[in-house]
Design a protein around this ligand. Structure first.
Ligand code: NAP
Length: 277
C-alpha cells in the first residue's frame, strides 16, 4: 500500500499531500472505484453536494478496511445553500447522505459574489464546526479579496482553498497569498482534465529523466508547489500511478519550467464572474 505523506493545517488537523477526486464516480462502480483507491493508500476523498455521490462516498468509507479516523472526507456547500441557516442545513443533509457523523473538511463550493452571502455561509460553517458537525472548514474558488473579506469579517481563516490549478494555470499569486496566511492550497482538475496537457513534449521528456509517467511528473509538481492535488480516476491502475509520486523529486528548475506552460484558466471559471448553484 502506498504511503501518502500528510501536512498539518492551520487548525492543527492532518491533511494528505494528495487525494482522490470523485466527480462522476457514482453507483456501484463508483463505490468500487473509491474502495479501490482507499486500498491503494488514498485517505482524502473529495465530494460535493453537486456531485450527487455523497451516498457512494459514505458507503465506500464503510466498505473499506481502513478506520474512519484515518480517512478524510471533504464535501462542499452548493450555491443554492448559501446563508447561515442554509449552510448548517446543507451540512446536515450531507451528513445524512454520507451516513457519517462528521465531515472532516467542509468547503464553500463557489463564492457566487452576486448572491452576496458567502460571509453568512462562512459564519454558518463556523457554527457547524462549533457543534462538531465538521472538523475543519475551508473554501473553494475564492480570490485573495474574498479570502481577506472572510478573515476580516469573522477572524477565522479558511484551512484550505481548493482552486483550479495545473501547469496551464499555476496560480502563483494566489499560492503566495495562501502561504502568507497559512491556507493550504488544493488543486482541482490537477491533470487539466481532458486537455492535451499529458502529451506535452516537456512532460514526456521529464518523465523519461525520472523514469516515471507524464502524469506522475505533473502530480509531483503540484506537491512540490505545496498544493494537494486531487486527481480523479475510476481505474485502480491509474489511481495507483497517480498516488505513487513521492519516490522522486523534481529540481527547482524543472518545477519552474513546468510552471512555464502557463496559459490561463481552461474553463472560464473566474470566481468573480462564474457562479454555480
Ligand atoms: P482531473 O483529475 O484533472 O482529470 C481527470 C481525468 O483524467 C479523467 O478523465 C481520468 O480518467 C483521467 N486520468 C486520471 N488519471 C489518469 C492517468 N494516470 N493517465 C491518464 N488519464 C488519467 O480532472 P477533474 O476530475 O475535473 O478534477 C479532479 C477533482 O477535482 C474532481 O473529481 C473533483 O473532486 C474536483 N473538482 C473540484 C472543482 C471545484 O470547483 N471545487 C471543480 C472541478 C473538479 P479515468 O477516470 O478514466 O482514469
Amino acid at each position: 500500500m502506498l504511503n501518502i505523506p500528510t501536512v498539518t493545517l492551520n487548525d492543527g488537523t492532518w491533511f494528505p499531500e494528495l487525494g482522490l477526486g470523485t466527480y462522476n464516480l457514482r453507483g456501484e462502480e463508483g463505490i468500487d472505484a473509491i474502495v479501490a483507491a482507499i486500498s491503494s493508500g488514498y485517505r482524502l476523498l473529495d465530494t460535493a453536494v453537486n456531485y450527487e455521490n455523497e451516498r457512494e462516498v459514505g458507503e465506500a468509507v464503510r466498505r473499506s478496511d481502513v478506520e474512519r479516523d484515518d480517512l478524510l472526507v471533504v464535501s462542499k456547500i452548493p450555491g443554492r445553500h448559501h446563508g447561515f441557516d442554509e449552510a448548517v442545513d446543507s451540512i446536515q443533509g450531507s451528513l445524512g447522505l454520507l451516513g457519517l457523523d462528521r465531515i472532516d473538511l467542509q468547503l464553500i463550493h463557489w463564492p457566487n459574489p452576486s448572491v452576496g452571502k458567502y460571509v453568512d455561509t462562512w459564519r454558518g460553517m463556523i457554527e457547524a464546526r462549533e457543534r462538531g458537525l465538521v472538523r475543519s472548514i475551508g473554501v473553494s474558488n475564492f480570490t485573495e479579496a474574498m479570502l481577506t473579506e472572510l478573515i476580516d469579517e469573522t477572524g477565522v481563516t479558511p484551512a484550505v482553498n481548493q482552486v483550479e490549478l495545473h501547469p496551464y494555470f499555476p496560480q502563483e499569486a494566489l499560492r503566495a497569498f495562501h502561504a502568507e496566511h497559512g491556507i493550504r492550497t488544493e488543486s482541482w482538475s490537477p491533470l487539466a482534465r481532458r486537455s492535451e496537457l499529458l502529451t506535452e513534449q516537456l512532460l514526456q521528456e521529464l518523465a523519461v529523466v525520472h523514469d516515471v509517467t507524464p502524469t506522475q511528473v505533473v502530480l509531483r509538481w503540484h506537491t512540490q508547489l505545496g498544493s494537494t492535488p486531487i486527481p480523479k480516476s475510476a481505474d485502480p491502475d491509474r489511481q495507483r500511478e497517480n498516488a505513487d509520486v513521492f519516490g522522486f523529486t523534481l529540481t527547482d528548475d524543472q518545477v519552474a519550467v513546468i510552471s512555464g506552460l502557463e496559459r490561463g484558466r481552461l474553463w472560464d471559471g473566474d470566481p468573480d464572474t462564474h457562479e454555480e448553484m
